[in-house]
Design a protein around this ligand. Structure first.
Ligand SMILES: [Mn+2]
Length: 431
């Protein structure tokens, strides 16, 4: 759980990036998220807040990071959970202060029971409280995250202080991937490739979608991934037209396509991959035509991942390219496009989602559709085509590193019709 994936020099420089942009006489605070109740006496597995991880590398619950500027310098303090012997017997070891210090590169580590007192001592000398706005998801409307609960309480307790959210600074810091991070991300991608190769070998008619999901998690866990970076989509036939299909419980029919959207989370970083393959190992003529239409756009789109472009620009461009392909596929005519008075372009009938999002510690990472690309940013490239009336759903997705020459991190994953059909020929008969 607290395996070290990044050297503490990485976290030291993340904190410096932040504090260099903050005013003096201030304190920055961030708290771990709650552990969420599942059912009975069970909890969902804990996942650290990505900003907190980015700043100190601690993957443990009930962690607090405090950076305060007093006496002309930044003081760093980390607060971690202290457990007694009974808890140790049931739940195992937690980080000792020394371990937490080594992981984070922070000298002063205390038990979180002393946090309130230390904060109060420091507050006298400061004017501004910096914090991270964490989302209150709709379903948690009346239940703000632990981080926001604490900040909201402080806003009431200390109305004379100035409260400033620093999400934009942290987004800027997280967007450009450093070489150390890229090493971890490439490992997430390599593990995802293993799973894809397993799928190509094991997919065949009359199996259930969940058998493929089981193959994916098998490959992820056996190489040290934490698991899925997001709920995997294993959607055969018409199910592929449900964009967030996660039931994965239908039987896979002969002559249908299988759309897969899956990615490993390794060392807190996500890989994000989509592929579409023929369940019986051979594309039909129509399926191949549709697939190649998406593939041509996918290949062309890679060249857009250069400094200065934005997600908005890519969405617009790729939408237009897909529209031209849709005309060729006979889905509508150029005349219908020209005469279309609706606000939505016609291609949105068959391609309803965007082409790109940032990837990093979160699979849909920080950054906006207007953020200008810089070298070292990582984004998905995922055109798709969903023709419900034909039971065809296709998406091809890879992760691309922005640069003067963009780098496709999944360049060695089978993607052409020939590569896919060839890989599927080596079907393991015993399965
Ligand atoms: Mn994606």
């Amino acid at each position: 759980m607290n395996t070290i994936y990044l050297p503490n020099s990485f976290f030291v420089s993340s904190r410096k990036f932040l504090t260099d942009r903050l005013d003096t006489k201030s304190v920055f605070l961030i708290f771990s998220p709650d552990e969420y109740h599942r059912n009975g006496d069970q909890y969902f597995p804990f996942r650290q807040n990505s900003d907190l991880y980015h700043l100190c590398g601690i993957n443990q619950e009930e962690t607090i990071l405090m950076l305060n500027h007093i006496d002309n310098e930044w003081n760093e303090m980390l607060f971690i959970k202290h457990i007694d012997n009974t808890q140790r017997i049931w739940h195992g070891e937690k980080l000792e202060k020394k371990d937490a210090g080594e992981i984070s590169g922070i000298q002063k580590v205390e038990w979180n029971t002393s946090f309130e007192e230390i904060l109060l001592q420091n507050l006298e000398f400061i004017d501004t409280i910096y914090y991270v706005e964490t989302p209150n998801l709709i379903s948690f409307d009346n239940c703000p995250t632990s981080n926001m609960r604490r900040i909201d309480t402080m806003k009431k307790e200390f109305p004379e202080k100035k409260f400033v959210a620093v999400n934009d600074i942290l987004a800027e810091s997280r967007l450009i991937k450093k070489p150390e991070e890229l090493k971890v991300i490439r490992q997430a991608v390599a593990i995802t490739k293993d799973a894809y190769e397993g799928i190509l070998k094991n997919t065949r008619p009359n199996k259930y979608e969940y058998e493929i999901e089981a193959d994916i998690i098998y490959h992820f866990i056996r190489r040290g991934a934490a698991g899925h970076a997001y709920s995997p989509i294993v959607a055969s036939g018409i199910n592929a037209c449900i964009l967030h299909y996660v039931d994965n419980d239908k039987i896979m029919k002969d002559n249908d396509l299988l759309l897969l959207d899956f990615g490993a989370e390794y060392g807190n970083y996500a890989a994000d991959c989509s592929r579409t393959i023929p369940i019986n190992g051979k594309f039909s003529t129509r399926q191949r035509d549709c697939y190649n239409a998406v593939l041509r756009v996918y290949n062309k789109a890679h060249n857009l991942y250069i400094p200065g472009n934005t997600i908005d620009f890519i969405n617009e461009k790729v939408g237009q390219w897909m529209q031209e392909e849709m005309i060729q596929l006979g889905l509508f005519t150029q005349k219908e496009v020209d005469e279309n008075k609706a606000e939505e372009p016609l291609y949105k009938r068959y391609f309803m989602h965007g082409t790109a999002h940032f990837i990093g510690l979160d699979v849909h990472d920080v950054g906006t559709k207007q953020t200008p690309f810089k070298e070292g940013m990582l984004l998905s490239c995922e055109p798709g085509l969903y023709i419900e009336e034909e039971g065809i759903g296709i998406r091809i997705e890879t992760d691309i590193l922005v640069g003067k020459t963009p780098i496709d991190l999944m360049a060695d994953f089978a993607v052409s019709v020939d590569e896919i059909e060839k890989a599927m020929q080596s079907h393991d008969i015993a399965n």
